[in-house]
Design a protein around this ligand. Sequence first.
Ligand SMILES: Cc1ncc(COP(=O)(O)O)c(C=O)c1O
Length: 377
Amino acid sequence: MVDTKSQYYKIKQEVDAAVISVLESSQFIGGKVLNDFAQNLANYIGVKHVIPCANGTDALQIAMMALDLQPGDEVITPSFTYIATVEAAALLKLQPVFVEVDPNTFCMDPESVEKAITSKTKAIVPVHLYGQATDMEKIMDIAAKHHLFVIEDNAQAIGCDYSFSDGRVAKTGGIGHIGCTSFYPSKNLGAFGDGGAIFTNDDTLVEKLKMIAAHGQSKRYYHDVVGCNSRLDTIQAAILDIKLKHLDEYNAARIKAADYYDKAFANNERVSIPYRALYSNHVFHQYTIILNDVQGSNHSREGLNQYLADKGIPSMIYYPVPSHRQKMFDSLGGNSFNLPITDWLSERVISLPIHTELDEEQQDFIISNVLNYINSN
Ligand SMILES: Cc1ncc(COP(=O)(O)O)c(C=O)c1O
């Protein structure tokens, strides 16, 4: 699905030099390289503070801890997401309240959020799924009206721009009270291992977030609150700082590849191509299509997945089981949620390879095989 090796070879000299420089400095934890990366990322996202941490799941957990959410508090999240979004809430004994997604963007539906608010609701966690923004203006208005926190899960959409109705443009992750991201290697900004970061514009919250990520300590060996240990290695920061300079170019390559797929599939009634919302660009962490039910056809996404696999083409289903139907949420009433759009999508979505190194020859091979399968089944 990704080609991180070819991507590495294009920046090998720079990356190798940066890694060797960290090795020679022996500053493996913290230090200038880490701080510089955090500052450069803050400038890129347009936020005051970036707190690097060990991975995107930790980022979400630390964000929820810093907001002082208490057991039983309700956190509104989409069910159609990677499990980490919801798992962080459950770990802290918060009650996940699953809401529906927009059938076009696959992101949290603001109307569904408003309906789910109760006196116990404390936070909303929109997920910018596959690389496209949730309708953040609506989410922020709902949050302001009901005095709720917004934690953006930006793991799949780093570099994505959201446009407000007054023409203002902001990067996703920098719009809510806290933004979280992952540097998992296949992400649009991927490390050579695990990594994550937390974003905020709040000068008070930043101290709390930093404290929680560092064993709750305000000063070395003085632990004021229960925290955790979540750090981004300096070597990863050095690599990410180089890759950050290429992020816009990486996202442009993904968009170009998506445009190419779109053109090939646009006029085929058997397939729906990704919708592009007017308020957001799409940085295509995933290129996800839906196979439409057409009279007389007997194609299925499992059939397509197998057909492509037989030709040596990877394809993935993100995600076959929505969060509310995962066994881990049985005891939290997961199955009591009625989310027909989410269920429908999780039975139909299939993602094709998309990454910075994909060329037209490779795409032609993928496209002709997808078309072969859907047109003859
Ligand atoms: C939407 C979403 N949230 C959270 C995460 C968790 O990130 P990590 O794997 O770095 O913990 C991921 C990444 O896999 C993700 O896609």
